[in-house]
Design a protein around this ligand. Structure first.
Ligand code: FCB
Length: 453
């Protein structure tokens, strides 16, 4: 009954990202990205895996669009690899890179699936890392503006919705602050500066996308996790509060209120953050929707942790968890949507990622039985419906992910797909959760056509 609770025009989608599925990292003129480089460092990725082949989607794209058609989704959120389009980050355009995304968009159109590309899902051209220190350099934001221009001129007519950035918290704090993602720097000060430049990049791109792609909607995707203190101790409460500002509010405040939150993070101050005149106005460019990625909540206690000066995450051994170790906590999605609506009223939200990793296997009869993933989706969709019943505007939901794929530092051992991928043969098998999603979408459509007739 869950799917029938959603309105007829609700957008049912699936999501992926370029580096996690495409492979073909040195093909047709693609330049290296910071993730290619990062994966080469010994010990950074589980089993020393890389995205070199991934799901080989670059060569199997028509098959993957065929699977989406079979699932009956309305929309596909994918990301465009910046180094495929501009191998040196800025300057010469690689037409073959653009052609790949043109073919994808055309095939989606033929299948009746709306295209929701993300411009930046963490695969910065290595050349920009070398030239500017990546997002530490303000010039990276101007390079992004040029990249947005090139891509939206070439593809803008086929796009339903643009997402400028995916989870800038991850590509700034986690990547330049804690060092757990590419490029692996460890300075909270640099993390904060990178975050500012990512926001600036977003703000610079919004008017460009609007000019080149006037029929498309434009938004940004952020990650959210409720963060709670692990005990009543004041220092744990303070640590959780700071981490909550850092993770959940840091980007929303400048986007919707034109200022940074003044609950300062320990050892960091605004004075050290380089903000130029006019930046906050640029960042506040009006958008059409906010993309919300939600997976879990975190419990935090204060204390020195090598990678997180804000505190330490406490493993929730008591709770039901996915194979990522993440607690299954559906209420957090309701709380998140509601909190964002009440504090910032973005007007519309799309859940641009939500999903769960489990150790799936293909059974002897060829089926992939993943009841826990179905239960995860079901319980989270119920919370989306509940938020909508309470007046929170949400117009779509993208399951993460269409395919099992390269899960960043976790490599291939975490399977998030509605579709199983055998990495030896690249064989795709729709999991039971995939069929469940297909049937749910069909039931939602049926419910509304019945109502209409
Ligand atoms: C999100 C990322 C996505 C995927 C999921 C599990 O943070 O945006 O690429 O890795 O987590």
């Amino acid at each position: 009954m869950t799917f029938e609770r959603f309105p007829g025009e609700f957008l049912w989608g699936v999501a992926t990202s370029a580096y996690q599925i495409e492979g073909a990292v040195a093909e047709d003129g693609r330049g290296p990205s910071i993730w290619d480089t990062f994966c080469e460092l010994p010990g950074t990725i589980a089993n020393n895996e890389t995205g070199m082949v991934a799901d080989d989607h670059y060569h199997r794209m028509p098959e993957d669009v065929g699977i989406m058609r079979e699932l009956g989704v309305d929309a596909y959120r994918f990301s465009i690899a910046w180094p495929r389009v501009l191998p040196e980050g800025r300057g010469p355009v690689n037409q073959r890179g653009l052609d790949f995304y043109r073919r994808l968009i055309d095939q989606l159109a033929t299948a009746g699936i709306a295209a929701y590309p993300t411009l930046y899902h963490w695969d910065l051209p290595q050349a920009l890392q070398d030239r500017y220190g990546g997002w530490i350099g303000r010039d990276a934001a101007y390079a992004f503006e040029e990249y947005a221009d090139v891509v939206s001129r070439a593809l803008g007519d086929g796009v339903a919705g643009w997402i400028t950035l995916n989870e800038p918290w991850v590509s700034s704090w986690l990547s330049y602050g804690w060092g757990s993602h590419a490029p692996g720097y460890r300075s909270m000060e640099l993390g904060m500066q990178a975050a500012h430049h990512l926001l600036l990049a977003h703000g610079l791109a919004v008017p460009v996308l609007r000019a080149n792609s006037p029929h498309a909607r434009v938004g940004i995707t952020l990650n959210f996790s409720p963060i709670e203190a692990a005990s009543d101790a004041p220092k744990d409460i303070a640590a959780a509060r700071a981490a909550d500002v850092n993770v959940n509010l840091w980007f929303l405040d400048p986007l919707y209120r034109g200022e940074y939150n003044d609950v300062l993070l320990p050892d960091l101050s605004h004075a050290r953050l380089r903000i130029a005149d006019g930046d906050m106005a640029t960042i506040g460019a009006k958008t059409d929707f906010l993309g919300v990625n939600y997976y879990t909540r975190f419990l935090l206690r204060s204390g020195p942790s090598p990678f997180n000066p804000l505190g330490e995450y406490v493993e929730q051994t008591h709770a039901e968890r996915t194979s990522m170790g993440w607690e299954v906590y559906p209420d957090g999605l309701y709380d998140t949507l509601r909190r964002i609506h009440e504090r910032y009223a973005p007007g519309d939200m799309l859940v641009t990622e939500n999903g769960a990793a489990y150790a799936d296997v293909v059974d002897l009869d060829g089926a992939v039985r993943d009841p826990r993933r179905i239960a995860y989706f079901e319980s989270h969709l119920e919370q989306v419906a509940r938020a909508m019943d309470d007046g929170v505007p949400v117009s779509g939901y993208f399951a993460w992910s269409l395919l099992d794929n390269f899960e960043w530092t976790e490599g291939y051992r975490q399977r998030f797909g509605l579709v199983h991928v055998d990495y030896e043969t690249q064989r795709r098998t729709i999991k039971e959760s995939g069929y469940w999603y297909r049937d749910g979408i069909a039931a939602c459509r049926r419910a509304h056509s019945n109502r209409a007739s």
